[in-house]
Design a protein around this ligand. Structure first.
Ligand SMILES: Nc1ncnc2c1ncn2[C@@H]1O[C@H](COP(=O)(O)OP(=O)(O)OP(=O)(O)O)[C@@H](O)[C@H]1O
Length: 256
């Protein structure tokens, strides 16, 4: 079982239940193991004393106020936070995971090639990459837009292209940073359904401010405050059990 350092006056609540088959007492069975991780941007602490493990098949929601460290934690998992102190171990090869950023970057080329390029960079031949790209775009309802310049798509459509780009790589681990934050209610529902579908047989770690979505998608909730983990619980316990006061207030505020 993982353990956490108390953070300031607040006591973290930690009861990580690994999925069936995973042995949480064995550090090396974890896909990701973080021990006492600190990340700073200059003088700004983004993560402080973060210790946790993530096992195959978990669907982990990262929640917390703006600036609490959710994106930074996702970046650590994706190997994009080089200034981390502490120990970080990953059992996932780089091509085994894909990350969706809050504001996906579209290259000035067709929608199809935006997806195909990601595949080609992972060693898929160009012709096959284009075929797979069209198939992935079909999965997110954008097959009809394959020839369009990706930069001319709406924000929601660009988010779908980014999802297709991630899906096409068939990663074992999906890291999603507020994947539906900028979408209208219909697109939110549709993209959330795509994520739920894609999560089958995969490990999912996602940041979200949408607690309804967290309840629907997550098996485990990690609550961050000022870069510290204040609660790390199975989803039912997070929403039904006692929480540290800060987390309770946050949940109340977000649900209001
Ligand atoms: N590139 C950066 N340069 C300087 N400070 C940064 C940078 N990125 C993040 N930070 C700071 O690190 C802290 C954690 O930020 P992070 O983006 O991880 O939070 P977050 O929980 O994802 O926030 P949000 O909900 O707004 O997306 C914040 O204080 C933020 O201002």
């Amino acid at each position: 079982m993982s353990s956490l350092r108390p953070s300031g006056g607040a006591r973290p609540l930690l009861r990580v239940v690994p999925p069936p088959g995973a042995d949480a007492t064995e550090g090396d069975s974890a896909l990701f193991a973080l021990h006492d991780i600190d990340v700073r941007y200059g003088r700004v602490p983004a993560l402080t004393h973060v210790t946790l493990s993530i096992h195959a098949g978990e669907r982990v929601a990262l929640i917390g106020a703006n600036g609490s460290g959710k994106s930074t934690l996702l970046r650590v998992l994706h190997g994009l936070a080089p200034h981390a102190a502490g120990a970080f171990a990953s059992q996932v090869p780089p091509q085994g995971q894909a990350m969706l950023f809050q504001r996906p970057h579209m290259l000035r080329m067709s929608v199809r090639n935006n997806v195909a390029l990601a595949l080609w960079l992972h060693g898929v031949r160009w012709r096959k990459a284009q075929q797979d790209a069209v198939a992935a775009l079909g999965q997110v309802g954008l097959a009809g837009e394959a020839g369009r310049n990706a930069r001319t798509l709406s924000g929601g459509q660009q988010q779908r292209v980014a999802l297709a780009r991630a899906w096409a790589l068939k990663p074992a681990v999906l890291l999603l940073d507020e994947p539906t934050a900028s979408l209208d209610p219909t697109a939110k529902r549709e993209v959330e359904a795509l994520i739920a579908d894609a999560a089958h047989g995969r490990t999912l770690v996602f940041a979200s401010h949408n607690l309804g979505q967290v309840k629907r998608l997550a098996s485990r909730v990690i609550y961050l405050e000022h870069g510290r983990v204040l609660a790390d619980l199975p989803v039912q316990d997070f929403f039904n059990g006692p929480l540290p006061e800060e987390a309770r207030q946050f949940v109340k505020g977000e649900l209001a």
